[in-house]
Design a protein around this ligand. Structure first.
Ligand code: AMP
Ligand code: ZN
Length: 226
């Protein structure tokens, strides 16, 4: 039992320690002047140059970073280091990678829930991501964060614009590709502010929504199990 506990502790403390392989085999052109929409690529090319405040964990195949503009108390991005631009570049051959991506995401969720069992999580993808390099969001469902600033932020995580991992895996298995209707999904981002936890609809504005979310967080009856 003690050995198991020590092993878990070592794993936790060494989340950044086991990448030794050169990244050159995964790397594209390592341009010094990446556009903002390409900034995630750098984490995948050279996770070792980032601080522990930016990169939570990496190994030869995956990187887990803290989202720079977290939209909730806990918000991570889990990425394969192999270059895949976006969700729409996924192929059936990526299903093995996807399975491991899910395991990484679940591993983060388990660690976070151990710290604070009150947190609930979803892991999934934006139907139309804004940043290059395929990434999976692991995000707590409190949505309490100063970086959550507008309707687009809110709707991108609380409407069907956000696709749970299983949904994407199933589509990939069945159809071999991920294709969504851009017009439909862009319209979702403009929808009124509706609470994802209760039936409250048409919340007046972001400050009112934030107050409402704070009440949910402080109200134990709103807790849902994982
Ligand atoms: P998506 O809409 O799925 O492309 O989301 C991209 C995510 O990347 C957002 O949640 C941003 O807050 C986050 N983000 C943007 N720039 C950076 C950065 N330089 N480092 C880490 N996360 C970032
Ligand atoms: Zn509510």
């Amino acid at each position: 039992m003690q050995i198991i506990i020590i092993t878990i502790k070592i794993m936790k403390n060494s989340t950044r320690s086991f990448s030794t392989k050169s990244f050159s085999s995964y790397s594209s052109s390592s341009s010094p002047s990446l556009r903002w929409s390409e900034e995630l690529i750098r984490y995948c090319e050279h996770p070792e140059v980032f601080s522990t405040k930016e990169v939570y964990h990496f190994d030869n195949e995956f990187v887990i970073i803290f989202d720079k503009y977290p939209k909730a108390k806990k918000h991570f991005l889990v990425m394969p280091r192999k270059r895949i631009d976006s969700i729409e570049n996924l192929k059936k051959g990526d299903l093995g990678m996807m399975q491991k991506l899910k395991e990484k995401g679940q591993w983060v969720i388990d660690s976070m829930k151990e710290e604070n069992p009150k947190l609930n999580f979803r892991m999934g993808f934006h139907a139309f991501p804004s940043m290059k390099q395929f990434h999976m969001h692991v995000i707590s469902q409190d949505f309490i964060s100063s970086a959550l600033k507008n309707k687009k932020h809110w709707n991108s995580f609380t409407t069907p614009f956000f696709k749970d991992y299983e949904k994407i895996e199933n589509i990939l298995k069945e159809k071999g590709e991920i294709k969504f209707d851009k017009i439909y999904y862009e319209a979702l981002l403009k929808k009124p502010l509706n609470c994802h936890l209760c039936n409250k609809k048409d919340i007046k504005n972001i400050p009112t929504l934030k107050k409402h979310l704070g009440d949910h967080w402080n109200d134990d009856s709103s807790e849902k199990s994982e």
